[in-house]
Design a protein around this ligand. Sequence first.
Ligand code: NI
Ligand code: MN
Length: 226
Amino acid sequence: MKITYYGHACFGVQLGESQLLFDPFISPNGLASHIDVSDIQADVILVSHGHGDHVADVESIAKRTGAFVVSNFEIVSWFENKGLKGHPMNHGGKWNFDFGTVKYVNAVHSSVLPDGSNGGNPGGFVVWNADQCFYFAGDTALTQDMSFIPMTCPKLDVAILPIGDNFTMGYEDAAIAAGLIECDRIIACHYDTFGYIQIDHEAAKKSFADRGKELILLPVGESLVI
Ligand code: NI
Ligand code: MN
């Protein structure tokens, strides 16, 4: 798979022939001003929760590309009312799509949509095909529920975890989360975008290295092939 970082918590993941996009928040993000939103391809847009810093560009990208939205029932219904296609899920459920299997897993956070509509409960996604498996945690605290992932899903090749603290777990807790999910290679997200979540990159990497884990801080616009 090829993972591209579009800043904050937004990632494109090419899995087989399909292009997955997570939590698009690009046009309002000053750190992603060099990314051309109109260039981003997507077959499916996965939305972890309803906050503006995760949904800002969903509608424009979905309308241009024809991508459908995968999220919880409330968020998918909200986007369907805007004319988008969607596939609703809820916690603990998985579904076999043509690109692979998606499981919607717990996250400890909040979820309300930009107009105040109910955004359901926040989640994360574990996604796999016959060859590879990854976890996109969404905004979350460290939670014991993460320890169910290795019991219920294939072995993770990589995980995308928030590390910015204040609104989500910080890097110290994220390093513990890497242990719970039994994954040695972590890509960081949800850091540096706003003042509350600016972090010391070297200290973050050391927290992971001290536990035998690798923390990858991808520059915005860069890709990693796994
Ligand atoms: Ni949030
Ligand atoms: Mn957020």
